[in-house]
Design a protein around this ligand. Structure first.
Ligand SMILES: [Fe+2]
Length: 387
């Protein structure tokens, strides 16, 4: 065939309509109106409200001639109870379009509300692949961090407050109608969240690239995201240059398109139970686990390593063995320079919980596409090394 890789024989690649550019938050109302909305249910979080972006969004929505109902009762690691309450508010106000404006939590909460107002029941009824029957109301998602990828993905991750675990909902239905990114919003994002959300994007890109469901279409986006994060993460955290912040926004989008279509691996399979048990920052958990999972995966992904090294800034032409060293060194150096947390202990994980976390990770949907099949003892060993 003359192709380097012929993995497009069975391939599906889905993305929403994408609008990306500085200053384009002013399109938010026009997007909702274009989808037929009259009364917007705006899901956001209180932190973003304090930075002034919610007020601006409301003004743009009203300028487009639409009414707005603001729902900002959403916390990090969005909770089932917040989403079920939000669905009640949507119905009570007679809203007809949903906008999620925020990080992954606000956007996943918006997806959850959309599922419940059209399909009823409890959010836990939709856990797993393709459980949603009825079409969702029009949905616009506007990311305000640089890592989640929820604005283009077919996933919603919700915390089950009774069982202290993450619920993973996977359906093409939860990808929004429109993904709208205005990188200017990152200028008010604290350094800590620039780092942790960008390391989430980095993890999405690496895991998507290694996934057994990856294709040349997802690889293109994964490698692009890696290059952008490698070039801009440290400078974005230290110097806050708008061009670097925009690169991280763009990286989040590319990584989101990659992982939504190729799924993920062990980092996220472990991050979900950790986030469920401790309500810890998702990007921080990923930054801690990523070097150990990369080390574990390397023996089965050797042919992909030279391109990965190139994606992380190495010149072309390195051998697979040299590439294995290079990617581990570059990843560790980048995480250290950006100030990412490097141990599970440092974010409050208890050592006695590690066996239970390994058991839960084996049941997570992300484990299915890991390039290296892992047993419980392998996952426990990764957790021990990351502790
Ligand atoms: Fe993630």
């Amino acid at each position: 065939m003359g192709e380097e890789r012929s993995n497009l024989q069975h391939c599906k690649f889905e993305v929403p309509e994408i609008i990306f550019g500085r200053g384009l938050l002013n399109q938010i109302g026009a997007c909702a109106r274009r989808l037929g909305g009259h009364k917007v249910f705006l899901v956001s979080d209180a932190g973003l409200f304090a930075a002034g972006w919610v007020d601006r969004a409301i003004r743009h929505i009203m300028d487009a001639g639409l009414e707005v109902i603001l729902y900002d009762n959403v916390t990090s690691n969005p909770k089932d109870v917040e989403i079920e309450a939000g669905a009640g508010e949507y119905i009570r106000h007679g809203a007809d379009v949903i906008i999620g404006l925020g990080g992954g939590s606000a956007m996943d909460a918006a997806k959850g509300v959309a599922i419940l107002v059209s399909n009823g029941g409890r959010i836990r009824d939709y856990v797993g692949p393709d459980k949603i029957i009825r079409p969702l109301p029009p949905l616009v998602l506007c990311p305000t961090t640089c890592g989640t990828g929820s604005d283009v993905s077919q996933f919603a991750i919700i915390n089950d407050t009774e069982n202290r675990c993450k619920l993973t909902i996977m359906s093409r239905c939860v990808a929004p109608d429109i993904s709208l990114t205005d990188p200017d919003i990152l200028e008010t994002l604290p350094d800590e969240f620039v780092c942790t959300t960008a390391t989430d994007a980095l993890s999405h890109a690496l895991e998507a690239y290694f996934s057994v469901a990856s294709t040349s279409l997802t690889d293109v986006h994964a490698i692009k995201a890696l290059r952008l994060v490698s070039n801009s993460l440290v400078q974005a955290v230290r110097e806050r240059r708008p061009d670097d912040l925009e690169n991280l926004s763009r990286a989040s989008l590319h990584a989101g398109m990659a992982f939504s279509n190729s799924l993920l691996g062990i980092v996220h399979a472990l991050a979900h139970p950790i986030g469920g048990l401790y309500d810890a920052n998702h990007g921080s958990i990923n930054a801690i686990l990523l070097p150990e999972v990369l080390k574990y995966d390397i023996p089965v992904v050797t042919e992909k390593l030279p391109e990965l090294a190139w994606g992380m800034g190495q010149a072309v032409g390195v051998s697979t063995s040299a590439a294995a060293e290079i990617v581990q060194e570059k990843l560790g150096a980048m995480l250290d320079a950006a100030g990412a947390p490097r141990s599970l202990r440092s974010i409050g994980v208890q050592r006695e919980d590690l066996p239970e976390l390994a058991r839960r990770a084996l049941k997570d949907v992300c484990i299915v596409t890991s390039p290296r099949q892992a047993e419980e003892k392998d996952l426990l060993a990764i957790l021990e090394r990351a502790y």
